[in-house]
Design a protein around this ligand. Sequence first.
Ligand SMILES: Cc1cc2nc3c(=O)[nH]c(=O)nc-3n(C[C@H](O)[C@H](O)[C@H](O)COP(=O)(O)O)c2cc1C
Length: 185
Amino acid sequence: MIINDVTKTIAARRSVRKYSPRPLRAEELETVLECGLLAPTGSNRQRWFVAAVQDPALLEEVGVLQKKVMLSMPGLPASMTEKMNAPDFSPTFGAPVLLIVCKQDGGHDIDACLLGENMVLAAESLGLGTCVLGSVTMALGNEEGKAFLRKLGVPEGYSVAFGISLGEPAEAPAATPREKKYIII
Ligand SMILES: Cc1cc2nc3c(=O)[nH]c(=O)nc-3n(C[C@H](O)[C@H](O)[C@H](O)COP(=O)(O)O)c2cc1C
């Protein structure tokens, strides 16, 4: 692989599941969000919306919604039940920011995905950690979740594609393996 700043950043990214509580500086958050908006979209329609949640009370609310949905799932493994009921449970693993990436109804999932990956890599380049969170899609996918989105100011007609935790990492996870068999040249 050719090594440069971009490929180094891509190779260094890991899903981070432990964070320092340090709030993000405004310029860090703005840089991550603006890099998201630089992603390509079909016909440049930009059918996406991102809510950056930092208020601890709102993060807690996401946690409550997540617990409600997860704990009502039939056959949830005991280990998950234990995690959800832990006193220190946090929907962002303690990260001070949750990015809620939404897509417009009828829009492409891929637009939101590309925006998300831009933000993840921008965060890595700033020394910040992230984890893409499908759990947030589940937590905010019902009527209560939609009401929460409206409360944040996400317009009608958008639903959650995924969440991303964002903050200063408090762990340095090892790389997870990748299979070269999934590419041909
Ligand atoms: C669509 C999607 C949903 C994910 N949802 C979760 C999640 O809910 N919780 C979690 O801890 N990690 C989640 N992840 C992170 C993956 O587990 C992680 O990317 C994968 O194990 C590879 O590890 P790496 O990101 O460190 O390379 C998700 C990743 C993607 C792309």
